[in-house]
Design a protein around this ligand. Structure first.
Ligand SMILES: [Cu+2]
Length: 270
């Protein structure tokens, strides 16, 4: 750096900026997150794109300096001598401390704002209790008194999903909705369900999607999927009216284990 001329510095800066622009254009135009199926998805994608641009900037600066240093300061053939002892460069060190700090703090503030935005509770949100166990999903609708192995929801309604795991960690994900949240088993007793994680999402495109478990949870993990059906409010009401009502004396539905017995009643009366 010490013996770098101003012209070289500006040239390298130009190369790094050009790489940033080209890299960002390519990366941002790749559709990383698939189709849009919720009102939150756009906010999440914008945050992802901003993060991609900033990461591309850091990557471009580092790669430009690395390639330049390897090319410019390589040892001549036969040169076995030690490198010059260098004290350092205070100005450079301040820059490479301050710039990344600003980037990280800025991203942190921006992420918090985005998260608060997508997690704000709507007045008319609909509660669905989501229960996961190896290797199945169950959806209980306290307001409708319905239980199902498919997640049916009316389009445009904010879902207030309460997530509970009965055995091991699972994770709730509908790719098109953008959100993802872990389900955490809560007590050391079998079937403990005292950790209630929540996530909110507003599906806004009708269709049939998949709830995917995205936390490796055992041999059947890959098969741990359930249908997520986003339909018109009328269709949803008709579906709910058609479902089996939650019985008073319950047994857990769903897959192997049977850990859910007893827990089920808890959820109904909660
Ligand atoms: Cu899983």
């Amino acid at each position: 750096m010490k013996d770098m001329s101003r012209a070289t510095f500006f040239k390298l800066t130009g190369v790094a900026l050009a790489l940033t622009v080209i890299g960002s254009l390519i990366m941002v135009n790749i559709n990383w997150m698939g189709l849009d199926g919720s009102t939150e998805k756009g906010t999440i994608e914008t945050l992802l794109n901003v993060t991609i641009v900033l990461s591309t900037f850091v990557f471009s600066v580092v790669m430009t300096m690395l390639v330049y240093a390897v090319w410019k300061y390589r040892a001549k053939p036969g040169d076995e001598s030690d490198g010059e002892p260098i004290h350092g460069n205070t100005k450079l060190e301040i820059i490479w401390t301050v710039v990344p700090t600003l980037i990280v703090v800025g991203l942190g503030v921006y992420s918090t704002i985005a998260l608060n935005d997508i997690e704000a509770e709507a007045a008319d949100s609909m509660e669905v209790d989501v229960t996961a166990q190896q290797f199945a999903w169950r959806f209980d609708y306290p307001e409708q008194g319905v239980t199902s192995n498919e997640l049916h929801v009316p389009v445009g309604t904010q879902l207030d999903l309460h997530l509970t795991a009965l055995d091991v960690l699972h994770s709730f994900w509908v790719p098109e909705w953008g959100i993802k949240r872990d389900l955490v088993p809560g007590s050391d007793l079998p079937g403990g369900d005292d950790i209630d994680n929540t996530v909110r999402v507003t599906p806004d495109v009708e269709g049939r999607y998949s709830v995917v478990c995205t936390e490796l949870c055992g041999w059947g993990h890959a098969t741990m999927r359930a249908a997520a059906v986003v339909e018109s409010p009328d269709e949803f009401d008709a579906w709910a009216a058609d479902q089996e009502k939650i019985p008073k004396d319950n047994v857990s539905t769903g897959a192997a284990g049977g850990n859910g017995a007893g827990v089920y009643n808890d959820q109904v009366t909660k």
